[in-house]
Design a protein. Structure first.
Ligand SMILES: C[S@@+](CC[C@H](N)C(=O)[O-])C[C@H]1O[C@@H](n2cnc3c(N)ncnc32)[C@H](O)[C@@H]1O
Length: 235
């Protein structure tokens, strides 16, 4: 039986409980900035902030914990953004990872930003690194990923990632039955992608409302009967 565990809580605490060298893949999309706030903040309406979204030292701790829990010869993918990329890159390298390549997600549409004074952003960056050396599955892929964004009427999370892209990344870096972890899981898209690949998963997020939004996609997945699903989502 495959396992699917979803926990509402603080990854920086919960990751400490994950045994060393027990995880086959980390695929995650952390808050893009840098200030760790350990206290839960009060609920605010739709999409106006993400936890930890501004300066601190949590990135180094997160990188060290990630290295500790991954098995030897495994991969990590971490979404990031051009202006904080160097912090994440340096932290993963400092933790011991081999920095393999940056993947570029080219979206079907662009964001807004400074309409007159800047180029319209159509990309997101994904740091790809390894603990030890692991071969990628299948035929050789280049480092550009062309996937549509989640349309606004389907989106449950402000930075929701498309499941087909996450599923592709998992397919390159796991075998069926492997354990995939996403410590910043949002609306659980990594879990759905893990199920597409017959992988076990552990998903963590501070925000109950995002986890609750995503749980239906987990329990309605065609492969759900193969999973022992445990969800601790406090109201
Ligand atoms: C960029 S979003 C991830 C979105 C996700 N990839 C999706 O497709 O829905 C980052 C997430 O990290 C969560 N987060 C921030 N700090 C956290 C912490 N200390 N522990 C767990 N989750 C945290 C936020 O609530 C947010 O949902």
């Amino acid at each position: 039986m495959l396992s699917g565990t979803i926990i509402h809580g603080d990854s920086f605490l919960l990751m400490q409980d994950i045994p060393s060298e027990s995880v086959d893949l980390i695929l995650t999309d952390p808050p893009y900035a840098i200030n760790y706030r350990s206290n839960r903040r009060t609920f605010r309406p739709q999409f106006d902030f993400l936890h930890n979204d501004s300066p601190g030292e949590w990135i180094e701790t997160f990188a060290r914990e990630s290295y500790r829990i991954l098995k030897p010869d495994s991969h990590l993918y971490c979404f990031t953004r051009h202006d904080v990329y160097i912090r994440f890159f340096t932290a993963f390298e400092g933790a011991g990872f081999k920095m393999k390549r940056t993947l570029v997600w080219v979206k079907n549409n662009h964001g807004s930003g400074d309409l007159k004074g800047d180029y319209a952003p159509r990309d997101e960056w994904i740091i790809f690194c390894s603990k030890g050396r692991r071969h990628l599955n299948g035929k050789r892929s280049d480092n550009t990923l062309f996937y549509n964004t989640v349309s606004s009427h389907q989106r449950r999370h402000p930075t929701e990632k498309p499941v087909d892209m996450l599923s592709f990344l998992i397919s390159k870096s796991t075998q069926p039955g492997d354990l995939v972890i996403d410590p910043f899981a949002g609306a659980l898209s990594t879990g759905v992608a893990a199920m597409d690949n017959n992988c076990s998963f552990l998903l963590l997020d501070l925000e109950q409302r995002y986890l609750s939004e995503g749980i239906n996609d987990i329990i309605s997945h065609p492969e759900v009967a193969r999973y022992d699903i445990k969800a601790e989502i406090n109201k």
